[in-house]
Design a protein around this ligand. Structure first.
Ligand SMILES: Nc1ncnc2c1ncn2[C@@H]1O[C@H](COP(=O)(O)OP(=O)(O)O)[C@@H](O)[C@H]1O
Ligand SMILES: [Mg+2]
Length: 362
């Protein structure tokens, strides 16, 4: 009996059973009949408006759901749904205000007589809470301002040193010039790194992260990354790799696994202290690989544990972007895995992630 509109709303062909389904919708759904009486008032509508369904059903829609625009005008008299333009079939989503001032995103659809008279048969109103969207927009604005700040400080230094060198070239010794150019070089690297990480963040947020699976030897990857740090000057005895038996064959994205391990190992070296131990072991009966990266530093206080994976969150030590762990979490989750932080046996931080072994195709 029910057909669906393009919006996915049930047509509600006067089947009472549909009311149950309407209650499962996350958005408020209110339907009025051709006389303007409320015939559907779902659970979300009750939650959003504070009106109980039994108070609403059978009443006038305009009384039960007074709506005002930003200028305080009564929206129902403004639009006059039952007498206005006969060609009108909907009002696109717009922010409107309930009697108590709460902002709602409101979307209205007119179900009309199919033939000549085209009278309104039903008015379908969808409501959703505007605060969530406002929060999202605020966090986007925060992100833009954080990024702007993050980019500005290295660029200020680049600009300052190059301007100084250009105007006073002959007043500096070669050593002084070298120091300035090294700073400029490091700041340029920082900007590049920040931009690369922001692109990763954007891929994670938009769900565009693609996992290209291949056979990956996780312990071998960890060994390579540690060797790289030793080659870059870290003492060899700072690193330890423990590999348990019975590891599954793992089909993962090799570059992403490298990125995860490199980030966690870098954090352990930079934010932690002592020996950095990587443990690779099977989990969940052998279909999952688990990797722990442990250090012997101060660790992470339990009340901060949920924060470390957020964008731009970083502790006392500056230098990083605070995006590393956010990206790591995104990469792990793109593989269907999970990551958590706890206390290592040696007292420092332990980051542990698990990933299903995967198959060549999935
Ligand atoms: N192994 C660790 N030991 C102690 N603190 C850590 C460790 N790893 C990460 N952290 C904390 O988490 C913060 C966020 O890490 P991350 O997202 O990689 O950003 P970044 O390394 O750029 O600061 C760090 O600034 C640091 O305060
Ligand atoms: Mg980091």
């Amino acid at each position: 009996m029910t057909s669906r509109t393009a919006l996915g709303w049930p047509e509600l062909a006067s089947v009472p059973g549909e009311l149950v389904m309407a209650d499962e919708l996350p958005d408020g759904l209110i339907v009025a009949d051709e006389t303007g009486q409320v015939i559907v008032f779902n659970a979300a509508a009750a939650r959003l408006t504070g009106v109980r369904p039994d108070e609403a059903l059978g009443k006038e829609l305009f009384d039960i759901l007074p709506l005002h625009d930003a200028d305080g005008r009564d929206w129902w008299s403004l639009t006059d749904p039952y007498h206005g333009l006969q060609t009108r079939t909907r009002h696109p989503e717009r922010p409107l205000f309930l009697a108590d001032g709460t902002e709602m995103l409101v979307h209205v659809r007119y179900v009309r007589e199919p033939r000549r008279r085209r009278d309104v048969r039903r008015l379908v109103v969808a409501l959703h809470d505007a605060s969530q969207r406002a929060r999202l927009e605020r966090s986007r604005a925060d992100l833009v301002s954080t990024v702007a700040h993050e980019l500005r400080s290295p660029l200020t230094s680049v600009k300052g040193f190059t301007a100084t060198l250009l105007s006073k070239w002959h007043r500096f010794t070669d050593d002084q010039k070298r120091v300035m150019l090294e700073t400029v070089n490091a700041d340029a690297d920082r900007v590049t790194r920040l931009i690369t990480e922001l692109l990763d963040v954007s891929r994670i947020e938009s769900g565009r992260l693609e996992v290209h699976r291949q056979l990956v030897d996780v312990p071998e990857r960890a060994r390579k990354i540690m060797a790289g740090r030793v080659a870059a000057g870290e003492p060899e005895d700072r690193f330890r790799l423990t590999v348990a038996g019975g590891l599954p064959e793992t089909w993962l994205d090799a570059d992403k696994v490298d990125q995860i391990l490199a980030n966690l190992i870098e954090n352990a070296v930079r934010h932690g202290a002592g020996t950095v131990t990587v443990v690779v072991e099977p989990a969940a009966g052998g279909d999952v690989v688990a990797v722990s990266v442990q250090d012997e530093g101060e660790g992470i206080a339990p009340d901060l544990a949920s924060r470390v994976f957020r964008q731009f969150w970083r502790g006392k030590r500056r230098g990083g972007t605070g995006l590393g762990l956010y990206i790591v979490k995104g990469l792990v989750e793109a593989h269907g895995g999970t990551i958590s932080v706890g206390r290592a046996p040696g007292g420092g931080a332990e980051f542990r992630f698990t990933m299903p072994a995967g198959t060549p195709l999935a």
